[in-house]
Write a protein that binds this ligand. Structure first.
Ligand SMILES: Cc1cc2nc3c(=O)[nH]c(=O)nc-3n(C[C@H](O)[C@H](O)[C@H](O)COP(=O)(O)OP(=O)(O)OC[C@H]3O[C@@H](n4cnc5c(N)ncnc54)[C@H](O)[C@@H]3O)c2cc1C
Length: 463
């Protein structure tokens, strides 16, 4: 029988291609029969059940280079796993090599330069833990167990976006292993086209092994949330739209609609003010004075505590199916459609949310980085989550109907990090005006589309 990359030679010294790869690594190579294989291939979204032929748990850049060269030589599908938090689950491949960077957690904070160079296996909470020791932070997402890598490469929307821009706006440099197994640093001074593409173009260009971020002074924030009952749901959403429309850069907000135990829609409004606390108190006063919330408060909190405050709402291991787009204005029509659907959601865990993109993030030129959707608007997201696979059809069908009902109010554009694994037809809309330039950069660094297990940008045809 001819030897494939994953057939063991059976000899004491494994001379198969896989055995040879294992001998060149500092990290581990997991095969389906090995311990940990199942644990590592299972990601945040429990709907993803793919079986890579092998998982390379990289110890560092040298292992990444070995993995990329191996997959290329053996013509194997190659997936990149950092935090494993994407809803698409593209980080796990079927039958190929899964490069797992989750053990690469080195970080060096330079307080004098207000910068941090971080390996891409870090989760948001691990990154924040280190930078907060110096009273520093950068924009990252709102669930602290997300990976910094996938989040930043797709854009990165979080509580500091109004004041400091998106995560990708704060990237000063990126180390990357390209399809040829070459190691490059992309920055304003080197490989400027790649530096541009990595700030919003997702995992299309290679394996990013570290990101250097600009940090900012952030310590105590005035933050929290309020929950409004069904009787006030409509008024709360109207108020939220008006209140968030006038928000200063220091204030970032979100709202979401869920359902209570009786199946009636309830509205939560969350906000984070990053600036002088006495000014925050004045800014939040109208929100504090509004309606009769059934629970919640706003108070001064360590930034780290607020970054972790929403984790319980999205535990790993549930089935997830999302639909998303941007929404410019929260009109009365959109509110009616939303409230009707929220009340019929088949799962008590499902939420329909608005994450506000505002201030500094909205003022960047759409072509200045690969992240095109620069406007003051809301990232609209139906987060359907449930536990039992027997309920999947019902939940997916409901999510699609809800999205359809909302579509008259939504823009065609979508945040690439919210796309599911079956929405390839929306990839152009996700990259918007930057798609063609991204395709040219792709042709330059990955002409054979080695990195295709993502929201894929086809390499531009040679002219
Ligand atoms: C509960 C939840 C909350 C979220 N909240 C936010 C939020 O507040 N703000 C926000 O902006 N986003 C948010 N997201 C979306 C999040 O940004 C994406 O899911 C992101 O892909 C997660 O990054 P990861 O490293 O964990 O992903 P992974 O699943 O590990 O990777 C996803 C993809 O990213 C690419 N990739 C990952 N690592 C690398 C690398 N080192 N080099 C090259 N490409 C790589 C690959 O294409 C990979 O398939 C949230 C997601 C979830 C599930």
């Amino acid at each position: 029988m001819p030897q494939g990359p994953f057939t063991s030679s059976g000899a004491a010294q494994d001379t198969s291609p896989l055995g040879a790869l294992a001998g060149r690594l500092q990290g581990e190579l997991l095969t389906p029969r090995g311990p940990d294989y199942d644990r590592i291939r299972h990601v945040f979204n429990a709907m993803i059940d793919r079986r890579p032929a092998a998982i390379l748990r990289c110890a560092g850049v040298a292992d990444v280079i070995q993995g990329v060269r191996f997959a290329r030589a053996q013509q194997l599908p190659l997936s990149i796993h950092s935090g494993g938090h994407s809803v698409s689950g593209a980080s796990v491949c079927q039958g190929g090599l899964m490069l797992d960077l989750s053990r690469m957690k080195g970080i060096r904070v330079d307080p004098a330069r207000r910068a941090a160079q971080a390996q891409t296996g870090l989760l948001l909470r691990e990154f924040d833990h280190e930078t907060q020791a110096f009273g520093l932070a950068t924009t990252l997402g709102v669930i602290s167990v997300t990976g910094i890598a996938g989040l930043t490469l797709g854009g990165g929307l979080g509580w500091l976006n109004g004041k400091y821009g998106l995560s990708c706006d704060n990237v000063l440099a990126a180390d990357i292993v390209t399809a040829d197994g070459d190691f490059l640093t992309a920055s304003p001074a080197e490989h400027e086209d790649l530096y541009w593409a990595l700030r919003g173009g997702g995992g299309n260009f290679g394996v990013v092994t570290s990101l250097t971020y600009q940090l900012h002074p952030v310590s105590t924030v005035l933050a929290g949330g309020l929950v409004f009952p069904a009787e006030q749901a409509r008024a709360a959403l109207r108020f939220y739209y008006e209140f968030s429309s006038g928000a200063p850069d220091e204030l970032s907000t979100s709202a979401s609609v869920g359902r209570d135990a009786e199946g009636r829609p309830v509205v939560s409004i969350a906000a984070c003010y990053c600036g002088p606390l006495h000014e925050g108190e004045l800014t939040l006063q109208p929100l504090r004075n509004f309606g009769k919330p059934v629970e919640g408060e706003f108070r001064p909190l360590p930034y780290l505590a607020f970054q972790r405050a929403h984790d319980a709402g999205a535990p790993a291991g549930r089935q997830h199916y999302w639909k998303s787009s941007y929404l410019k204005d929260i009109t009365d029509g959109a509110i009616e459609a939303l409230l009707e659907f929220a009340a019929t959601s088949p799962s008590p865990y499902t939420g329909i949310g608005f994450q506000q993109m505002t201030g500094a993030a909205s003022r960047v030129d759409p072509r200045a980085t690969a992240f095109a959707h620069r406007d003051r608007h809301y990232d609209f997201l139906i987060v359907s989550q449930w536990e039992d696979t027997a309920d999947s059809d019902r939940n997916i069908a409901w999510t699609r109907r809800c999205f359809e009902a909302m579509s008259p109010y939504l823009q065609a554009a979508v945040y690439v990090n919210n796309l599911g694994g079956t929405e390839q037809e929306r990839v152009r809309a996700a990259y918007g005006v930057n798609y063609d330039r991204l395709a040219s950069v792709k042709a330059r660094y990955d002409p054979e589309n080695v990195f295709r297990l993502n929201h894929n940008i086809a390499p531009a045809a040679a002219t």
